[in-house]
Write a protein that binds this ligand. Sequence first.
Ligand code: NIG
Ligand code: FE
Length: 418
Amino acid sequence: MILDQNDFAFPMASHPNILVGPFKQVIPFDNLPLKGALKDEQLTIIENGGVVIENGSIVAVGKYYELRIKYPMADIEFVDQPSVLLPGLIDAHTHICFAGSRAQDYNLKLQGKTYLEIAREGGGIWRSVQHTRKATEKNLTFDVLQRIARHLSEGVTTIEIKSGYGLTVEDELKMLRAIKAASLQTKATLIPTCLAAHTLPKDFQGTHADYLLWMANELLPKIKADVLSNRVDIFVEETAFSIKDAKKYLQIAKDLGFAITVHADQFTPGSASLAASMGAVSADHLEASQDDDIAALAASNTVAMVLPGASLGLGIPFAPARKLLNAGCCLAIASDWNPGSAPMGDLLIQASLLGVYEKLSFAETFAGLTYRAAKALSLTDRGSITAGKLAHMVAFPINDHREILYHQGKMKPFKVWA
Ligand code: NIG
Ligand code: FE
């Protein structure tokens, strides 16, 4: 689907209000708990609903015909297709700023090599770093905008994007500038994150600790000064950085005023607990998390973010989403869209498949794609269809919300507001 200007609701100056609807169902995802399991019975479902928008923000939500009476001067954006309206989806973990392909690595996976083996043998992240270093900032912006357009057409209106394929001060800055340039050319909101601590680049002379210190001293202050990102991520893993080195680096980032997040427990447990103890906004992956990691996340304000696309890309089990929810975690679901472990990049398909394997309710799956994902990005202005929030919304061409997961993500929204 191609989105053009007419697909987005912007009010005219002379008629500030627009009434959008009617929808068979509006599911606002309002008044729901931030943490823990959710039953579908907890959802508010407004039958024959509508939404009043003013200057891109939501003014009122309710029954369509009541809103027509209450807002008689509103312009009408009539929705003639029976449909279900949900908050715009939020993908709170991607690596869609990259150049080149990793089809070669994927083929090695098909022959039975593991992600860690491929990384140790010179493939993996390093392969993408070599391609990305060669790309210009303009090329990267162009490529990232193509991927954003796809995401937006599939209902994803807020997208976190990490650097991490530059791994020098200049190349990391180039990536973050490319993301910033892209953000000026799209209706989607982009949230950039510095992932200079993705892996130790093979051409770096020195230890892991030396590399992190270099990034902490040279790169992070520049990112602050140029307002390129306020978030710092690190990959804690055998082929990346140790818990000890991560702790020091994350503390420096925190002291500089960055929000911190961690690629945690993807293959080796222990770093989700670190994320929780350091007040990270999220701990992401969690495929290998043990009971103590899960308990630490549940007791903290750190969002537990699972990335089913990485499991599908690597052919490994999903993170224990059901267990995380039952333990009381705030569970978000993101795509991890990247050239290596998660090349598919279809958030709705991935979340749907996670749901059927992990036995997640509709409410849990979409909470993880909306207001709980907003929490992971520290965004308080979106994630639900309620007065005062941004009018980021998606409409699916169906009568009943249960059809969405039933189609396993292949049914896409027919209209997206951002
Ligand atoms: O989240 N695990 C580390 N980083 C990415 C993969 C990046 C890559 O392989 O290019 C991930 O899966
Ligand atoms: Fe990732």
